[in-house]
Ligand binder design. Structure first.
Ligand code: ATP
Ligand code: MG
Length: 249
């Protein structure tokens, strides 16, 4: 009797609990970012506001220099705004100290870059494990997580390969797995398919979107490819430092 009740309880706890949709999980309010190069002042972002709910899949497109990377880097706390406010999961980035910002970068956000940014000296498995080591996760937990992620990105057979022994698409799979390792709420990807041929690029983006949905992540990605942009449930189009259009499904 007791054991069957226990079994039921554990089955229930193992069942995936659907996370509540949180509106305005990412809030960008009237932000401005200028860069000055000598005498020249570049308005990279000009009073930009946008709110993104938890679990949304958002693409950003726009011509070169329109401010896509700047916006993504500011949301990802990789750079500082000049004015305005960015609130992530209720936390105002400008009010956070360095320690809190590092914690946010490590635990709340996963990053995927155009050039993969893998550590060249270590293999796929270790690259994926790295954020878990930095978060001081125990060995058993790290091992189980890495195994699951290697499987999710289809790289169990390539686990011992170093980045230079992997194709571009495979390297980006490793980078995606690494971004998911600490189970962050948000994945930010700046042209994740920019260094890949179009067929591989589409596969990788679909994988990123599928895994973001499966693990209930909020995904914001930048792309130059109009087809790839339409795979998102919402598209932001940037022009000259502003969000000129915001399309939802
Ligand atoms: N570190 C910097 N110093 C000076 N100007 C910069 C710097 N970073 C970006 N800019 C300028 O800010 C503007 C926006 O740049 P950003 O990199 O956000 O554009 P982007 O939309 O990502 O372009 P791309 O599609 O080419 O990647 C550009 O005019 C760029 O020249
Ligand atoms: Mg860019």
């Amino acid at each position: 009797m007791i054991s069957s009740r226990k079994a039921k309880k554990s089955a229930k706890s193992e069942k995936k609990v659907k996370r509540k949709v949180i509106k305005n999980f990412i809030q960008v309010k009237n932000i401005t970012k200028n860069y000055s190069l000598g005498e020249v002042e570049v308005k990279a972002l000009d009073n930009v506001s946008v709110s993104i709910n938890r679990g949304e899949i958002v693409s950003i497109v726009g011509h070169s220099g329109s401010g896509k990377t700047t916006l993504l880097n500011l949301i990802g706390a990789l750079d500082y705004i000049d004015s305005g406010t960015i609130i992530i999961d209720g936390q105002d980035l400008s009010k956070m100290n360095d320690r809190e910002l590092s914690f946010l970068r490590r635990e709340t956000i996963g990053y995927v870059f155009q050039n993969f940014n893998l550590l060249e000296e270590i293999n796929a498995e270790k690259n994926i494990e790295m954020p878990l080591i930095l978060s001081k996760k125990l060995k058993e937990e790290r091992r189980a997580k890495v195994e699951k992620l290697l499987e999710s990105v289809g790289l169990l057979e390539r686990r011992n390969h170093k980045p230079d022994q992997l194709s571009g698409g495979e390297q980006q799979r490793v980078a995606i797995a690494r971004a998911l390792a600490n189970d962050p709420d948000i994945i930010l990807a700046d042209e994740p398919t920019g260094n890949l041929d179009s067929t591989t690029g589409e596969k990788i983006l679909k994988l990123l979107i599928d895994l973001s949905k499966e693990y209930e992540k909020t995904l914001v990605y930048v792309t130059h490819d109009k087809e790839q942009a339409t795979l998102a449930s919402r598209q932001l189009i940037m022009t000259d430092g502003v969000i000129a259009k915001d399309f939802s499904e």
